[in-house]
Design a protein around this ligand. Structure first.
Ligand SMILES: Cc1cc2nc3c(=O)[nH]c(=O)nc-3n(C[C@H](O)[C@H](O)[C@H](O)COP(=O)(O)OP(=O)(O)OC[C@H]3O[C@@H](n4cnc5c(N)ncnc54)[C@H](O)[C@@H]3O)c2cc1C
Length: 425
């Protein structure tokens, strides 16, 4: 499969981080790209929540971003609090933390010139760029392969009027997330597991916090370990991309064990209207009494800065933590590839989702340039996903103090690395 050139239409299914990173890379290389995104809204509903920008995302943005807009707030340290002790450890660990909405809008500005508060004047396309189209409200419902013509046919429905259409391409990138429709259509065997714990999440404008608390959380990823539960917190830009002191947000995630199917789970995931959500109760939908009860149980165990950010968070949300691992990533002679969360969804501890998506971009680029084969790329993607599935698990279980499970994961990790050394994985 050669580098997609001008006049080649690449279909991307899913217009979020993985799809837009791939789309931007292909556009800059002269390929014509269509993105089909099921969400019809102009302004996508974001959780106004943190996302880590790993080194590969930074590399991609350095290469292809033309907005000049900073996408993240750098954090230099990783620190830990233990129960009421504010700082029991601190080490240098350079990280870049962003806001999903801000990253998405920077990518849209680059990809299809989408105007927003974050990027009011999107950069013009370069002469060598391909033509692109972002089609919102188009839900993909089918994919078939014409082997003789080397074409993948993608069927989609307009979510607003029900019209069904088909578009064909010699390359299709399926970036349709952890609940991937394409993965289901292709019947890819996929392991999906609930981790056994949930993440309460929230952001609070730093302007609402005391100077001491902002100072405490600044310039670091901050872990707070309590009895059988833990928090991670850091500063992020607003969705509009404000990164200056006084305007930023403090973002936190509180990992908390809740058995699947328990009455507690049912209570937490049933919203103010009585609707039970399978994975996430969005902003403003958590029953106030559920949140008050959660805070009341733990607030006296929190450090003062942590208690301040949690109690001052206006609209928390909650999501189940889980994993999804597909067994195969490329199909139809390499003309359809699953990328990002559609291939592997990690537990969120290390913030590796966008990093994996960016790696998938560079990997596919190497395939199209003939530097590696599709099989080599798939092996690389599989090893990376297995490695980071285990590392994310390790961090989560350590934070929750589950010693036996930590040992099991450590052994699995060592076995994986040995297998990799021997060329078995
Ligand atoms: C609205 C939104 C907000 C998010 N907020 C955060 C956050 O605050 N912090 C964080 O860490 N992560 C967030 N994520 C998840 C994060 O983007 C991913 O974990 C990661 O970046 C990998 O991205 P992805 O593109 O592979 O998957 P996703 O980001 O899940 O994107 C998949 C996309 O595919 C679309 N899609 C699914 N099925 C179809 C179909 N049949 N046809 C067409 N399109 C389809 C979805 O609507 C979605 O836009 C958010 C995702 C979304 C969609």
């Amino acid at each position: 499969m050669p580098v997609p050139k001008s006049a080649v239409i690449v279909i991307q299914i899913g217009g979020s981080v993985a799809g837009l990173l791939q789309g931007l890379q292909l556009k800059r290389q002269g390929a014509n790209v269509i993105v089909l995104e099921q969400d019809p809204s102009k302004d996508r509903h974001s959780h106004e929540s943190g996302v880590s920008i790993g080194p590969t995302v930074v590399k991609l943005l350095e290469k292809y971003d033309a907005t000049g807009r900073p996408a993240a707030i750098p954090a230099r340290f990783l620190s830990a609090a233990w129960r009421q002790r504010l700082r029991v450890a601190s080490m240098v660990w350079n990280h870049n933390m962003s806001n999903w909405g801000c990253l998405y809008l920077i990518l849209r500005a680059n990809f299809d010139g989408f105007e927003s508060q974050t990027v009011p004047r999107p950069p013009a396309s370069k002469e060598t760029d391909g033509q692109v189209e972002y089609r919102p409200g188009k839900r993909v419902t089918g994919v078939t392969y014409d082997k003789d013509k080397g074409l993948v046919h993608v069927e989609y429905v307009d979510v607003l009027n029900g019209d069904v259409s088909t578009v064909s391409s010699d390359m299709v990138i399926a970036a349709d997330g952890v609940h991937s429709t394409v993965r289901k259509i292709l019947q890819v065997p996929t392991r999906r597991d609930y981790a056994g714990y949930i993440g309460w999440r929230g952001t609070v404008p730093e302007a609402r916090l005391s100077k001491e608390t902002v100072e405490y959380f600044s310039n670091r990823l901050n872990f707070t370990f309590m009895k059988g539960t833990y928090f991670i917190s850091y500063l992020i830009p607003t969705e509009a991309g404000d990164i200056q002191p006084g305007k930023r947000l403090v973002n936190w995630v509180w990992y908390f064990t809740v058995p699947e199917g328990s009455p507690e789970m049912k209570e937490i995931f049933t919203d103010v209207q009585g609707k039970t959500h399978p994975n996430t109760v969005p902003h403003g939908q958590i029953k106030p009494e559920v949140w008050s009860k959660q805070i009341a149980r733990y607030v006296s165990d929190m450090t003062p800065p942590l208690a301040e950010i949690v109690t001052k968070t206006p609209r928390p949300f909650v999501t189940k933590v889980g994993e999804a691992e597909a067994t195969q990533s490329s199909f139809f002679d390499g003309r359809l590839v699953l990328v990002g969360d559609a291939f592997t969804g990690f537990r969120s501890h290390l913030g590796m989702a966008s990093e994996q998506a960016a790696r998938h971009c560079f990997q596919m680029d190497r395939v199209w340039r003939g530097e590696i084969t599709q099989e080599e790329r798939d092996r690389e993607a599989r090893f990376y996903s297995k490695r980071f599935l285990l590392l994310n698990r390790l961090i989560g279980l350590t934070g929750l103090g589950l010693v036996l499970e930590v040992c099991r994961v450590l052994i699995a990790y060592l076995v994986l690395m040995v297998q990799h050394r021997l060329g078995l994985v």
